[in-house]
Design a protein around this ligand. Structure first.
Ligand code: CA
Length: 251
């Protein structure tokens, strides 16, 4: 049974969420402060966190940032205030995986939670089906459970990237995005396509959310993030991933 942690200080909303999510077959815990959420996450394992931005004490942005700093990578959906588009970018920058603006329709929240659970399963399934393919070359166009390039090793199983002996954890969305880039190696992919195909997000999502993720990925991957060689900006389009820039630069 999937476990969901709800971090929400509005009692009636929290009660309603608990009731409806339990009816959907989830096991639900509710806390009403960010501090309590961090404690609960340190004690037990959850599959999804629903995190309100406006909380007494620590706000939702500080909570998600603290979670990621604590290497706590549970997929997290933030509840933002409608009419504050910058909250979405702030949430993604801090490490959120998805968001929903308040007030929301309950079926939409349930669909988003399912989406997060599905994307986790999709990543896992993709890893295992690819890893079992025979005759993989050293330069696969599809990532296996591991993908090695230029002294870096991405492990989609462990959700981490290893660069010169240092390991960096990846969030679910970072891993999914990196997997998508690797699958489309050498080809430009647009921000809009990444939002649709990796996040399954909504047309009103600011495509700058993608840029936040690219900043994060470049920090792990690039020797010099301000002069990227792997995650290239394609002006007016989006990004292009190059696994082995040496080949291309010689060509
Ligand atoms: Ca609140």
């Amino acid at each position: 049974m999937n476990r969901i942690l709800i971090v929400e200080d509005e009692q009636h909303l929290a009660d309603g969420l608990r009731f409806n999510l339990e009816a959907e077959g989830y096991q639900v815990d509710v806390v009403d402060t960010g501090e309590a959420a961090l404690e609960r996450l340190a004690e037990s394992q959850f599959d999804v966190v629903v995190l309100d931005v406006m909380l007494p004490g620590m706000d939702g942005f500080s909570v998600i940032k603290q979670m990621r700093d604590n290497r706590q990578f549970t997929p997290t959906l933030m509840l933002t205030a409608r009419g504050h588009p910058d909250d979405v970018l702030r949430g993604f920058a801090a490490g959120a995986d998805d968001y929903l603006a308040k007030p929301f329709e309950l079926p939409i929240l349930i669909a988003r939670i399912r989406g997060l659970l599905r994307r986790r399963e999709w990543l896992q399934a993709a890893i295992h089906s690819q890893a079992s393919l025979p005759g993989k070359t050293s330069r696969p166009s599809e990532p296996t459970g591991e993908f090695r390039f230029c002294g870096k090793l991405v492990s989609f199983d462990r959700l981490e990237i290893e660069v010169r002996g240092a390991k960096y954890p990846l969030t679910l969305m970072e891993a999914n995005l990196l997997r998508y880039l690797i699958q489309h190696e050498g080809k430009p992919v647009s921000r809009q396509r990444m939002l649709e195909e990796v996040w399954g997000l909504h047309e009103d999502t600011d495509t700058r959310a993608i840029d936040n993720f690219m900043v994060r990925l470049r920090r792990y991957i690039e020797d010099n993030p301000s002069r990227p060689r792997h995650i290239l900006t394609v002006r007016g389009v989006g990004y292009r991933f190059v696994a082995f820039p040496g080949d291309e630069e010689r060509a």
